[in-house]
Design a binder for this molecule. Sequence first.
Ligand code: PRT
Ligand code: ZN
Length: 284
Amino acid sequence: MLRIAVQSKGRLYEETMELLKSAGIKLVAVKRTLLVPSRNFPVELLFLRDDDIPASVATGTADVGIVGLNEVLEKKQYVNVLRPLGFSKCRLSLAIPKEADYQGLEWFNGKKIATSYPNVLNEFLEKNGIDADTHEISGSVEVAPGIGLADAIFDIVSSGGTLVSNNLKEVETVLSSEAVLIGNNMYLSDDKREVLDELMFRIEAVKTAEKKKYLLMNVPRERLDQVIEILPGIKSPTILPLADEKWCSVHAVLEEKQLWEVINNLKNVGAEGILVLNIEEMVI
Ligand code: PRT
Ligand code: ZN
């Protein structure tokens, strides 16, 4: 049984559960107990605060974990990032009062910076030769400059709305973060290794499918060549006959970002009844 440490509640929770569900992992019942086994796959979920996930994996309490890269780097535990997961994207940035005149990093020399990420911040300051005073606080970092507790902050930014409403401006992005799957260097039994390989394989399939759409349409046979030229399929599109011999049905997979442009081009050459379907998993 492979044990996966996940956040018990918070910003990572929903999408972590969604990913595991898409990978075909059903839980016995998501009660808020600490340890919940799956009923159809040999894994169990260990629900923790995100701060505790890197250590739980490093010490072997859990075999793998799902947590923000920002926490992984801050906690300095011996864990490996097995793969990025593409959700909970954010950045760790330096922000200062919006009226301040900012010319470059030297601005921070001699300044006091409030943060919940002192390790990542100190590493960055050291690397850039900046001598600032790091002040660790655990929550509501963004209010620190407004109440005179600090000159600047180093915090997570996503939309930037929190900075704006606190009269701050983002001046340096130090780290781009997202949820990652982490593991440790410990020996995994053959059984666990097999489950982890299968889990990684399924996550890969889910992630590959996420950005793709399945397209079906009816095309006049005489326009088929033009349609094939428009479709940037994985290989060549599937073409099926229809009862009306002048028409055929064309199926293809394409990148979500190309979707609307391709659909317009298809309509222009006479494709009809265009259907767009989500793909749940894709094994290449
Ligand atoms: O209780 P527990 O310790 O488990 O959770 P937590 O409260 O420490 O963390 P949580 O659930 O808030 O965040 C978990 C992870 O989500 C973080 O470690 C990041 O990897 C990621 N994440 C993604 C974010 C955000 N986006 C985010 N916007 N974490 C925090 N924020 C905060 C940010 O600090 C800001 O104050 O949300 C606020 C709004 O951001 P804006 O820029 O959109 O206004
Ligand atoms: Zn936390």
